[in-house]
Design a protein around this ligand. Sequence first.
Ligand code: ZN
Length: 127
Amino acid sequence: MAILSIKINSMIKINKGDGMKIEGLQYQLANGNWMDCEERTDDFLALCVKYGKVENEIAAIEKLLSGKTMRNDSADWYSNCRVKPAPRPVVKAEMITCSCGCTIPRGIVMNTSTGTSCPECFDRMSL
Ligand SMILES: [Zn+2]
């Protein structure tokens, strides 16, 4: 079994043996959105143990880390917890100003006989 070290406080940090790391726990709102548990992480984790019918917090965390949501109450449909998903890297397209004068993402720059061009000016620039 992977070594699981848990440090629970306002910012939950969970390290599994393979280096897997989560930044925190989230709980669901009635509108379906997810909120960070933050300083209430300990409380929510305890509720996950209770309503998720697992033995202890480690078992709850293992279940959460496997991508499952866990109940933190028996009442409402949205009474769920999950691990905070890793932030998606924002890929910013590199912008290039072509010979035609337009600024476009590098990926769609076209080469013509008179220099670089955006797709719209391609015909004009190819003359
Ligand atoms: Zn252009």
